[in-house]
Design a binder for this molecule. Structure first.
Ligand code: 13P
Ligand code: ZN
Length: 267
């Protein structure tokens, strides 16, 4: 069977980047079983031949109406598919979908009828918001990093910006490379529209959002940059818990050091 990636080098490059990041998520220990999902907006890689492709599924509603996504195309991890399998065989464990004119349903167009992630509502809502913001962001990742999820089991860390300031203060890079910090979404049922709505509310202010007792979502211009944001936050969380496991409370960088950094990096 001919793949949609054949003779479409830009689309193939972006899907390969998703596969590369899927491998990192598995190696990090953040992607047990089918845990986590990745979607990228590939609309600008789509030509008339793809637009003419017959659907591989019936129209499937995703639970929200997102008018900006009308006619957009996304590559999505399949539901119940493993990240480690997406890493090796992206087109067997993910699919390209087309959003229909109602902005409320999609059909699968290539390569195989792989049903997209159960968190599609959250992912598509994030993409709608990124288009509305006009920031050129095209990637959304949801994953289950052990250290960051563990921190959400402490109610004190769920207060606005407490975790942001703690993680910023562990190592200067986190302040520099995750400049907006991270938002908090109180526990909600996985895959729910309620979770999607709460996520995009936080996304107005942050590029990374914690789902209490579940995982992290990050957005960015591409999938590598979205991954990097989670990676620097996880590094900070590990420094925090390493200090704690040595038996002391880490002091963290001082407010003066933080201000100096803010000025130097124009944050
Ligand atoms: P999917 O396999 O449907 O992508 O679900 C994984 C997950 O992490 C749900 O929150
Ligand atoms: Zn999850």
């Amino acid at each position: 069977m001919k793949s949609i990636l054949e003779n479409r080098p830009e689309l193939a490059r972006r899907v390969a980047e998703v596969a590369e990041v899927a491998g990192y998520l598995w190696q990090k220990g953040w992607a047990e079983r089918n845990g986590g999902n990745i979607t990228i907006n590939v609309t600008e890689c789509i030509d008339d031949d793809v637009r003419a492709l017959p659907p591989l599924s019936e129209p499937i509603p995703f639970g929200m109406t997102l008018p900006r996504l009308k006619g957009c195309y996304f590559f999505c991890k399949g539901t119940n598919r493993r990240m480690r399998d997406l890493a090796r065989r992206p087109m067997e464990n993910g699919a390209v979908i087309r959003i229909l004119d109602d902005g409320a349903s999609y059909e699968i167009v290539a390569d195989e009828p792989v049903r997209p992630t159960s968190e599609l509502a959250s992912h598509l809502a994030m993409h709608e918001q990124m288009l509305a913001a006009g920031n050129g962001y095209r990637a959304a990742i949801h994953t289950h990093p052990i250290d960051l999820v563990a921190m959400t089991h402490n109610p004190a860390f769920l207060e606005k910006d407490v975790l942001t300031h703690l993680l910023w203060s562990m190592i200067p890079e986190t302040r520099a490379f995750c400049p907006k910090g991270l938002g908090i979404v109180p526990y909600a049922m996985p895959s729910s529209v309620e979770l999607a709505r709460a996520t995009i509310e936080q996304l107005k202010e942050y590029d990374v959002v914690m789902w209490e007792k579940h995982g992290v979502c990050a957005v960015g211009p591409d999938v590598m940059e979205a991954f990097d944001q989670i990676d620097v936050l996880s590094k900070s969380a590990q420094i925090y818990l390493t200090a704690k496991s040595m038996g002391f409370e880490p002091t963290g960088t001082t407010p003066e050091q933080m201000d100096e950094l803010k000025r130097a990096f124009n944050l």
